[in-house]
Design a protein around this ligand. Structure first.
Ligand SMILES: C[S@@+](CC[C@H](N)C(=O)[O-])C[C@H]1O[C@@H](n2cnc3c(N)ncnc32)[C@H](O)[C@@H]1O
Length: 265
């Protein structure tokens, strides 16, 4: 039988966020492979250190899911990544290639069906599908893979705030904090922002033109929600972010910005 690799979306990592098919997929694999982002130089665990001071909290979430399913988790030290490269595209390609080589090593060493637990949904700001494709392209392994969807952060954001991400018939753009200014300049009326650790919305030139629905650590006990006119809620967001960080040891933010057309005058 052909070996199977399963990319399983896990939402924000709690058991009740897993879909039925994701649970079944997790239970079906022989082991799960997970990148360990320890913050030691070189991005790897020091030899013999079983409880490092900066253990990746998101790895602990994956470990808990594996424990609940009775499936072994194999940690792979995440290759180092240049966070401030001159050529962003090349740096990401190198990092994906290094990840593909690391995953290939584990899959060659350990037979059986393999799961990758992908934060949120594999379709949004996640490289697991690309990296698994690269493992196949390297030509040393043969397997089928499938993708099980999970709850993505923008879906959780909308549900928790009880909103639709756009007005009737309007488009919505999903982008990153780095590209927010560009999206605003292009005139997008509804913008979901991810991967923004420093609230790029703070620097928008006319905050009164925007309403924000902000969230942190959705789907966890430390979840935080703030909404209101952008200019009026920045301090509240800063306090909420610190509460989420202190409670979880990590913070991830997603927000919707909507242009208030009648405020343009
Ligand atoms: C690397 S991307 C992964 C996105 C993920 N694949 C998804 O479908 O949500 C990480 C970003 O997703 C968003 N995110 C992920 N989990 C979140 C959560 N629990 N609460 C709020 N935002 C979250 C944040 O914008 C974070 O910077």
């Amino acid at each position: 039988m052909t070996r199977r690799v399963r990319l399983i979306g896990i939402g924000s990592g709690s058991l009740d966020q897993l879909t039925g098919e994701a649970r079944a997929a997790l239970a079906s694999v022989d082991y799960v492979v997970a990148a360990a982002k320890h913050r030691h130089p070189g991005g790897s665990l020091p030899p013999g250190d079983s409880d490092p001071p900066h253990k990746d909290p998101l790895l602990a979430v994956r470990q808990a899911l594996c424990d609940a399913a009775g499936v072994a988790l194999v940690e792979v030290p995440d290759p180092p990544r240049d966070r401030d490269p001159r050529d962003y595209g090349a740096a990401v390609r190198d990092w994906h290639e290094a990840r593909a080589a690391a995953y290939e090593r584990v899959l060659l060493e350990r037979p059986g069906d393999v799961g990758f637990l992908v934060w949120g949904d594999p379709s949004l700001y996640d490289s697991t599908i690309r990296v698994v494709e690269q493992v196949l392209e390297r030509g040393r392994l043969d397997f089928d893979y499938d993708v099980l969807p999970g709850l993505a952060a923008p879906q959780l954001l909308a549900a928790r705030h009880r909103i639709v991400l756009h007005e009737v018939g309007q488009p919505v753009l999903i982008t990153t904090g780095r590209r927010l200014a560009e999206a605003v300049a292009e005139g997008h009326p509804n913008i979901v922002v991810m991967l923004d650790g420093s609230l790029a919305a703070r620097d928008l030139p006319a905050p009164d033109r925007w309403r924000i629905w902000w969230s942190a650590n959705l789907g966890t006990p430390a979840e935080e929600l703030v909404s209101g006119p952008l200019g009026g809620v920045l301090a509240q967001i800063d306090r909420a972010r610190e509460r989420a960080r202190n409670a979880s040891g990590w913070v991830m933010e997603t927000y919707l910005l909507r242009c208030l057309e009648d405020a343009e005058a």
